[in-house]
Design a protein around this ligand. Structure first.
Ligand SMILES: Cc1cc2nc3c(=O)[nH]c(=O)nc-3n(C[C@H](O)[C@H](O)[C@H](O)COP(=O)(O)O)c2cc1C
Length: 357
């Protein structure tokens, strides 16, 4: 096969190299996987509206998120268990993000600890994704580990009070291999007991509510980004309770299957926020053109989950770097061909929706 040229090529290679149970865990979604498919398809229902005779001689994808400089409006989404994809785990992903000049969000369920990841890419800005545990001392300990290791934002995931029902994992009888541990949780809890994804998430607090967000914001020395917003109502509440940004996300179709794809949720969330805080989106982004559509619909940036894992599966750090480089090149090209010299130049007039207003 030729060198992989895009995210889909990397996905095929990852499927061929990963053990089927592991591939199913990373690729799969909840229920009938309708949301998983729709997340991808919904971006394709958007069409870019290029403007011409605009000087794009110096076109760049560079932008900022929460005031931090990034080489493109695309960050690495938090995903669990990178050592199941490649033995170098999250340290390889962190180095890839650093090389390409973007931010990696380290999952609470990462197989490399915050300090190890910081040491692997010391100069890159990094964010820490937080699941709130029933034992609040554990949560506190995780935040401390992250802040001490120089993580500059907490990404609080709010769409997983329970784990979605992922039937691929049930069919394959997927179990997390015994040598895969989560050092930050092991350090905070005293042990790691995660034979299945359900075990791994069993300590997460399903009673979490808006008051807890407010407390976290008050106690956190770094900004708090709320990840997993799907409605205008909650986008508004996130602003009211002190979030510095939101991620419009349905967890990559892994939680509730009967929800809308994020491309369709984004406009109402952007409207509700009304410019008070930054809005990011993830789910199904596979091409630079999808990113430009997201910007036109009002996102400041996007996150990608699986594409980076497919890169990591194919050559560790090198593969993850290549996927991020390809996406950055695609974003730059799509911007230039739309007549936008920078992400900030993208406006709502740069997108239309097939059959929509
Ligand atoms: C294998 C896998 C593991 C994930 N683990 C986490 C996690 O630990 N924390 C979290 O907030 N989101 C997690 N997510 C959701 C991602 O952060 C992100 O919302 C999603 O992958 C975006 O969709 P995409 O994969 O289509 O880009 C995970 C997603 C996948 C595919």
């Amino acid at each position: 096969m030729h060198e992989p040229l895009n995210v889909a090529d990397f996905e095929r290679l990852a499927e061929a190299s990963l053990e089927p149970g592991a591939f199913g865990y990373f690729a799969g979604g909840a229920g009938d996987e309708q949301c998983l498919r729709e997340n991808v398809d919904a971006w394709r229902r958007h069409r870019l509206r290029p403007r011409v005779l605009v000087d794009v001689g110096e076109a760049t994808a560079k932008t900022t998120v929460l005031g931090m400089e990034v080489s493109m409006p695309l960050l690495v989404a938090p995903t669990a268990f990178h050592r199941m994809v490649h033995p170098d785990g999250e340290t390889a992903t962190a180095r890839a993000a650093a090389t390409v000049g973007t931010i990696m969000c380290l999952s609470t369920l990462a197989t490399s600890g915050p300090a190890e990841v910081a040491a692997a890419a010391p100069d890159a800005p990094r964010w820490f994704q937080l699941y709130v545990f029933r034992e609040r001392a554990v949560t506190q300990n995780l935040v401390e580990q992250a802040v001490e290791a120089g993580f500059e934002a907490i990404v609080l995931t709010v769409d997983a009070p329970r784990l979605g029902r992922r039937e691929r994992d049930l069919r394959t009888g997927f179990r997390i291999p015994e040598d895969i541990v989560v050092p930050s949780v092991a350090a905070a809890v005293g042990e790691w007991t995660g034979a299945t994804p359900l075990d791994a998430l069993s300590r997460i607090d399903p009673t979490l509510s808006w008051g807890d967000l407010e407390q976290l914001v008050a106690a956190s020395p770094v900004p708090v980004v709320v990840k997993g917003i799907q409605t205008a109502e909650d986008a508004h509440l996130a602003c009211e309770h002190g979030a510095s940004a939101i991620v419009v996300s349905n967890h990559g179709g892994r939680q509730l299957d009967a929800v809308a794809p994020t491309a369709e949720l984004l406009p109402e969330c952007v409207d509700a926020v009304g410019g008070r805080i930054e809005v990011y989106v993830d789910g199904g982004i596979r091409r630079g053109a999808d990113v430009v559509a997201a910007l036109a619909l009002g996102a400041r940036a996007v996150l990608v989950g699986r594409p980076v894992l497919w890169g990591l599966a194919h050559g560790g750090e090198t593969g993850a770097t290549r996927v991020l480089e390809l996406l950055r090149d695609e974003i730059e090209l799509a911007l230039a061909l739309c007549g936008c010299a920078s992400p900030e130049a993208v406006t709502p007039a740069h997108v239309s929706r097939i059959g929509g207003p």
